[in-house]
Ligand binder design. Structure first.
Ligand code: PBG
Length: 324
């Protein structure tokens, strides 16, 4: 072939050229740091299957939230780890429950410098580990669970949570919570709908993080990994019910779903890079089998490229530093 013919390599000749022509960039502002606060802890401790991620005390949670604000992150997502559990997850709705105390602490620490997101789900608080109330026959009772989510959401709004993450995958959860929030005057409390949440093996290390003792699985409420069209249906329902932001979870193994949702939605789209996605890269890097920082950034830029407007990632704090 003779010239002129186009040479894509021209735009790859220098770091400046590559940077100028980059199509996708990460920003600290779009990253959300998930954090765990553990009841009755005297010192923060590392989660064994998530090296670098801590179960916080109330004090260390405050400090970590302040650091997240300082780093310019977009938000934090708070999970509570109670010292005791029961069948209905009482700790979830106790105003002195660990998550509710943690939310109040973080809001008082950072004000609205960060969006303070909260996990509205029962699995951290129930002794059976399910995301809802369980009937005598072992099945999860959707509508009875909605009443518990409503109570939990009202407490989160009351203690100052800005955006409530409905992660339990019960049918009708967004509508039930939106209606109750509005009736109680919390019209400005936003809802992050875990619209397409799959029954994933990649949540494994999270069980460790929240010391959950799930018996069985979540397949009657979380989605089947092979289902793509069903995600559109789940998203449509949550949008109709009043979701403000919709999420796809996990992120990496579901980039096609994320791209579909981002193309179809006029709401902001979030993606959750979950505990197992974190653990895989950390484990491979610890073995020297992968370049850790490059792999982290590549995993995140892929999620962004697929269409996420915001990303929940356990690396949020560190990546904000890398992006400086
Ligand atoms: C439910 C919830 C889970 C995760 C976030 N919210 C656990 C589950 O659905 O099994 C998992 C997040 C992760 O793996 O990082 N409270």
């Amino acid at each position: 072939m003779t010239t002129p013919y186009y040479r894509p390599r021209r735009l790859r000749t220098s770091p400046a050229m590559r940077s100028l022509t980059a199509e996708t960039r990460l920003h600290a502002r779009e990253l959300v740091l998930p954090m765990f606060v553990r009841e009755g802890l005297s010192e923060a401790r590392e989660i064994p299957s998530m090296p670098g991620v801590l179960q916080h005390t109330r004090d260390s949670l405050r400090r970590a939230a302040a650091a997240a604000a300082e780093a310019g992150l977009g938000g934090v997502m708070l999970f509570g780890v109670p010292a005791t559990r029961d069948a209905v997850g009482s700790g979830a709705t106790d105003p002195d429950g660990i998550l509710n105390l943690g939310i109040a602490d973080v809001v008082s620490e950072v004000g609205d410098a960060l969006v303070v997101m909260t996990d509205v789900c029962l699995d951290e608080f129930t002794d059976h580990g399910h995301c809802g109330l369980v009937r005598a026959d072992g099945s999860v009772d959707n509508d009875a669970t909605l009443a518990r989510y409503v109570e939990m959401a009202l407490v989160h709004a009351e203690v100052g949570g800005h955006m409530l993450g409905l992660s339990g995958m019960m049918d009708g959860q967004v509508g039930a919570v939106r209606e109750a929030l509005d009736a109680a005057g919390h019209t400005d409390t936003a809802i992050l709908a875990y619209a397409a949440k799959y029954a994933s093996a990649f949540y494994g290390p999270f069980r460790d993080a929240v010391e959950s003792t799930l018996t069985g699985d979540r397949k009657t409420y979380q989605m089947e990994p092979g289902n793509r069209r069903e995600a559109a249906r789940e998203v449509a329902l949550d949008v109709e019910e009043g979701a403000d932001v919709i999420m796809v979870k996990p992120a990496g193994p579901y980039l096609d779903v994320l791209a579909d949702v981002a193309a179809a939605s006029d709401l902001p789209v979030a993606a959750y890079q979950v505990s197992g996605e974190y653990a895989m890269i950390e484990a491979a890097a610890a073995q020297g089998w992968i370049e850790r920082e490059r792999a982290i950034l590549e995993s995140l830029v892929g999620i962004k490229r697929a269409g996420a407007d915001m990303i929940l990632t356990y690396w949020a704090q560190e990546v904000a530093g890398m992006l400086r």
